[in-house]
Design a protein around this ligand. Structure first.
Ligand SMILES: [Zn+2]
Length: 192
């Protein structure tokens, strides 16, 4: 394929894009690294564990060869994790808002690099989360950026904070956005 880009460069681009759209990182003193692993078996997803608070470091794990094989898949997988890097430092759980924004940004990142083949959407709480966030962004594309000026950790944003920034948002959607994402679901950040 013609797109030649290294994983660290792609990570840098995605971090810049995400901050432009959704506001700065909560704690930019944390380093963000990418490590590759050799996929075992059929399933090999990108993932990110909780940040190492002692070393002040995030590590995003990507299956070896991802960026060389398919820039769309790499942008999708890393894009989702980049949203977590923006939003939290040691937050033990996430909300539909954070996971949904991860999906929205992942799809946009893949699409912006000309790779649409990343679809289909995964059928799981991620689909619901993505739909909820797209409702918010449809009303106001700057809503996330503005609400993060009040509460930089997206998973700590409250219903009232959302409604102050986006008064036209249906309260039921605001409630679902601020609901805790199902435990154990955040280990699938790409649809295949
Ligand atoms: Zn996630």
């Amino acid at each position: 394929m013609s797109d030649r880009i290294s994983l660290p460069h792609l990570l840098y681009q995605l971090l810049c894009d995400a901050q432009k759209l959704y506001g700065p990182r909560l704690d930019p003193s944390f380093t963000v690294d990418i490590e590759t692993f050799a996929p075992v078996g059929r399933v090999a997803h990108a993932s990110m564990r909780q940040p190492d608070l002692t070393k002040r470091r995030y590590v995003i794990y990507v299956p070896m060869g991802t960026v060389e094989t398919n820039l769309g898949t790499a942008s999708f997988a890393i894009g989702h994790e980049v949203i977590h890097v923006l939003s939290c430092v040691g937050q033990p759980w996430t909300t539909f808002a954070e996971e949904g924004l991860g999906q929205v940004f992942a799809f946009d990142s893949a699409a912006r690099r000309g790779h649409w083949e990343i679809s289909p959407r995964i059928s799981s709480p991620y689909w619901r989360a993505e739909w909820l966030v797209s409702q918010l962004l449809r009303i106001d594309p700057t809503a996330i950026k503005r609400v993060r000026e009040v509460e930089p950790c997206l998973s700590k944003v409250t219903v009232d904070q959302l409604l102050v920034q986006c008064p036209n948002l249906d309260r039921r959607i605001a409630q679902q956005l601020t609901t805790r994402f199902p435990e154990g679901e955040d280990n699938v950040s790409q649809p295949r």
